[in-house]
Design a protein around this ligand. Structure first.
Ligand SMILES: [Zn+2]
Length: 488
């Protein structure tokens, strides 16, 4: 009798063990494959060094063209696992024509909820809450950090499903962030991590990092290659040269002055309106993306709805204060993300979009995309996309105003760019052709050739980036700083 009781108890206990929820079993298996729960939990620091390439999403010459790429060297991510601190240092070098510093050193930290950036002088300044959130999620895009987070008793693991050769579970961390962990069904090693995010242009996007080339280091299995994509775009492809476990990682705590400083609020949007000719206003203010308003007989036309919804809505509102006439059209100079960021709000406000024909499919896609995570104006108030497409040139003309739009030809950086010319005032309106603050003007000679080719007699540049300048000054600056480095 006594013996059978023990036997029953043993069966109950064994049964209890077998009843680890199947979704948690996936996490346990992953932990075992990575070196065992104990080793995972006892690891204190992780240093990942390597190099790779980081495409510049939203800045290609054509909307479906290859992305310009930053070459990343001296990449070093240091993680203090126990204290949830990290530091990323890297050098990136532009492999494309770029108007500003082509070599950039970056040094970014995260200490709990405090994000900070370290300048070249070693001075740390606090970064905003969005940066803190993004870096916290990014830190979880690694097998060790995501599985440790999933093992936390305060985490929730749910929604086990099989997809091809992978088992997927959703992990909601103790902090409340939800990510999807995929584990290879054969090796039990994490194959990828996915998180969902909102992108101003693209709306709901999956950010996914795949792991491969696992090696064993100090009792842990660590990937040698990490490839991160945002939606269909490659964001960072990293080859790890060296993984180090439990090295002295130094002090990754945010400096006291940073911790006690308030997180900087997102910059307030302001829009000013400066008349630059009869019925022409330059809308500047905060930031370095300006717009221009043209007044026709019975309507207004806006040149550029840039950056994002907040900027573009403020610009649209400002334009509507300048005249009783309705704002009817928005010229979108080109498809780059910082110039098409207001496309959706412009459509929601009922404006007809005027743009170069090569943007048609891309803009239709941007309008059709889901914005569920952070519903924008168009998601809340769907409107059809009205487009007027320009091939080589288009003249907008009535008795009040005459504006010529031209496709910028043969430019190595800008494949879909439309610039404007007002013959009455000899004003050039342009985006990304020239900015007086740029360090170099690598495509400036092409811009001057385009102006000559169209036989324009420009007196004044009224730009989207930078300040209004006499055209003669623009030409002088381009001539002085247009030297293309040897080898290009
Ligand atoms: Zn630009």
């Amino acid at each position: 009798m006594r013996k059978s009781l023990w036997a029953i108890l043993a069966m109950v206990l064994a049964g209890g063990c077998a009843q680890v929820p199947p979704e948690m079993q996936v996490v346990d298996d992953a932990a075992a494959a990575l070196g065992g729960k104990d080793r995972m939990q006892s690891a204190k620091t992780l240093v990942i060094e390597g190099e790779g390439s980081a495409p510049n999403v939203g800045q290609n010459t054509m909307p479906d063209g290859e992305l310009p790429v930053w070459k990343v060297t001296q990449f070093k991510r240091t993680i203090d696992l126990a204290n949830r601190r990290t530091r990323v240092q890297q050098v990136r070098t532009a492999q494309f024509l770029f108007a500003n510093a082509t070599v950039q050193r970056q040094n970014q930290g995260l200490d709990g909820d405090v994000a900070y950036n370290v300048g070249p002088d070693g001075k740390a300044t606090r970064a905003g809450d969005v940066a803190a959130h993004d870096r916290r999620i990014e830190l979880l895009h690694h097998p060790i950090t995501i599985v440790r987070a999933a093992l936390d008793p305060a985490a929730k693991v749910a929604n086990l499903r099989q997809q091809g050769q992978e088992q997927l579970v959703d992990v909601t961390t103790a902090k409340g962030d939800t990510l999807t962990l995929a584990v290879d069904a054969a090796t039990k090693l994490p194959s990828r991590v996915r998180s969902m995010s909102d992108n101003a242009n693209m709306g709901d996007v999956a950010i996914e990092t795949t792991f491969s080339g696992y090696e064993e280091v100090n009792g842990l299995k660590l990937p040698k290659r990490l490839t991160t994509k945002m939606d269909k775009y490659l964001q960072f492809d990293m080859q790890v040269a060296k993984n180090t476990v439990d090295a002295d990682a130094g002090d990754l705590a945010a400096p006291e002055a940073v911790k006690s400083a308030a997180a900087p609020a997102p910059a307030a949007v302001s829009v000013t309106a400066e008349p630059v000719g009869k019925g022409i206003w330059w809308l500047a203010g905060s930031g370095n993306h300006r717009s221009v308003v043209f007044e026709f007989d019975d309507h207004l036309t806006l040149f550029e709805v840039p950056v994002n919804e907040a900027r573009s809505k403020a610009v649209i509102d400002k334009a509507r204060t300048l005249s009783q006439k309705p704002l009817a059209q928005a010229i979108v100079s080109h498809h780059h993300f910082d110039h098409s960021g207001g496309l959706r709000v412009a459509v929601a406000e009922g404006l007809t979009i005027i743009t170069q024909r090569a943007n048609e499919a891309f803009f239709k896609d941007l309008i059709a995309r889901k914005h569920v995570i952070a519903p924008d104006a168009l998601a809340k108030n769907p409107k059809p996309l009205k487009m007027e497409l320009v091939d080589d040139e288009l003249t907008l003309k009535d008795t009040s105003m005459e504006v010529h739009l031209y496709h910028l030809l043969d430019n190595p950086r800008e494949g879909t760019n439309l610039f404007a010319y007002v013959p009455r005032d000899r004003i050039l309106v342009q985006a990304d052709l020239y900015d007086s603050t740029w360090q170099q003007h690598l495509w400036g000679e092409n811009v001057l050739w385009n102006i000559e080719h169209r036989k324009l007699r420009v007196d004044k540049d009224v730009p989207v980036h930078g300040q209004i300048e006499p055209f003669a000054q623009m030409v002088r600056t381009i001539k002085a700083k247009s030297s293309i480095p040897a080898g290009n």
